[in-house]
Design a binder for this molecule. Structure first.
Ligand code: LLP
Length: 432
């Protein structure tokens, strides 16, 4: 499929499909990738990534905007370079993310820095890099930012993150815009905080930011939140504070199972009319919707174990490789690489990894066709919050990441070695 001719209507599509009896990523059988790089491994489709980015970007073409890809969803520098080449900026939340973004060639003028706990050192680094702006989450942070900016003799561009107290109707761990959440400044204290911000000598107030949660499957919470922001922008104007940027965050959901989240175009159609007369530049921070369905985790069945109460499929990937099922009870579809397996009788199984925890599962009580040791499986929709949340728990080396483009397999992160596991560790002399 030609990437350039892609409409904004097909953002839900991805390039992992059965052909000739096998699961393919673009023009490459996933089994070939597994053979070349081993399992487990993450596989990303270039075409899907680009299509998703362009769908989002195109949907908002009627408003001047910057897309700041939420790189916490996937921060591999090859993915970031790909995004940057498409014109994307990034939303960062740490000095480490700033480092990656700059390494990947993301323009500092398209970097926004969010997060409730930026350290003075991280602030200094971001000021030095001259990022577009800081999304500030509290008055204490505002003061700290003012001081650091003064110490380096500059002014920090700032958007205040407002907590609009709106229920995004998503998993509580990824819901961020309610009063009880640690994020943002309460909407009813916003004017006060903006007044404080504009009184500080080394702060340049340029924007309003909001992000209410992730994996949103309805458009209404976005609309409600944007309405509150628009009202605030008006109130600020009457106080002489001129807002140049409105950042509506990320959060658009994807289809993991049978969800039908709004498409980027639906979101754009709903919020653009509210924003178009504000004379602002819109910033957006999509993460999951760009990369989620552009990646899979490939794993091999090691053993089958018929326990007293249920059948376990033990695979070589585990919670340390993909923690979403364990952490959020998240559903990820599991597909065999060989289409013929789909014809086998179905069983209720748990798909579990080798990690020594009962919480180590990739699927629970799932109806799956019979699989045998050696069969390969794809854990779908794993491109967002997959590899980035991986750990070395149980001293398991982190798995490789590959990017498929034009029929070629590009390893964009090598599998870690045992030596990598002990990098930086030393045995003090007194133990000799
Ligand atoms: N902007 C801000 C300020 C955020 O905190 C986030 C996500 C995003 C943008 C991007 O949201 P997205 O478009 O990806 O929904 N680990 C969880 C997701 C945590 C999201 C944290 N913040 C998961 O695996 O579902």
């Amino acid at each position: 499929m030609q990437v350039s001719s892609i409409s904004t209507k097909i953002c839900r599509m991805h390039n992992f499909e059965y052909r000739h009896g096998e699961l393919y990523c673009e023009q490459v059988p996933v089994s070939r990738i597994a053979k070349e790089v081993g399992t487990p491994c993450y596989v990303y489709s270039y075409t899907t990534l680009v299509r998703h980015y362009r769908a989002y970007d195109g949907a908002f073409k009627s408003i001047p905007h910057v897309i700041a890809f939420a790189m916490k969803a996937n921060s591999n520098i090859a993915i970031l370079r790909l995004m940057a080449k498409e014109g994307s900026g990034v939303d960062i939340v740490s000095g480490g993310e700033l480092f990656r973004a700059l390494k990947a060639g993301v323009l500092p003028s398209k970097i926004v820095f969010a997060g409730v706990g930026k350290s003075a050192e991280e602030i200094r680094e971001a000021l030095k890099a001259d990022v577009l702006m800081f999304n500030v989450e509290s008055s204490a942070e505002l003061q700290a930012l003012n001081e650091v900016a003064a110490s380096v003799g500059t002014k920090a561009r700032v958007a205040l993150r407002i907590n609009p107290d709106i229920d995004p109707k998503t998993h509580p761990y990824i819901s961020t815009g309610l009063k009880k959440s640690k994020f943002g400044i309460a909407a009813d204290r916003a004017l006060e905080e903006f007044a404080l911000a504009s009184s500080l000598a080394n702060i340049d107030v340029v924007g309003v930011h909001k992000h209410i949660g992730s994996q949103l499957t309805e458009v209404t919470p976005f609309v409600e939140a944007v309405k509150k922001v628009v009202k605030l922008v008006g109130a600020l104007k009457s106080q002489g504070i001129n807002i140049r940027y409105v950042n509506i965050g990320g959060g658009l959901g994807i289809t993991y199972s049978d969800e039908t989240p709004p498409l980027p175009q639906d979101l754009a159609d709903a919020v653009s009319p509210l924003l178009k007369d504000l004379n602002i530049t819109l910033i957006m921070e999509p993460g999951r919707v760009i990369v989620g369905n552009a990646g899979i985790l490939v794993t091999k069945v090691l053993y089958r174990k018929d326990g007293e109460a249920k059948r376990f499929i033990i695979v070589d990937a585990a919670m340390n490789d993909l923690i979403r099922p364990s952490l959020y009870g998240a559903y990820h579809e599991i597909r065999p690489l060989s289409e013929a397996v789909l014809q086998r009788p179905k069983h209720h199984v748990d798909v579990v990894g080798p990690v020594c925890e009962s919480g180590d599962f990739l699927a629970k009580d799932r109806s799956l066709p019979e699989v045998n040791p050696g069969d390969m499986l794809a854990v779908m929709s794993a491109g967002a919050y997959g590899f980035v949340m991986a750990s070395n728990y149980n001293s398991r080396p982190r798995v490789p990441e590959v990017l498929i483009k034009d029929g070629e397999i590009h390893v964009i992160k090598a599998r870690e070695t045992y030596e990598d596991l002990i990098k930086g560790e030393t045995i003090p002399a007194f133990l000799n």
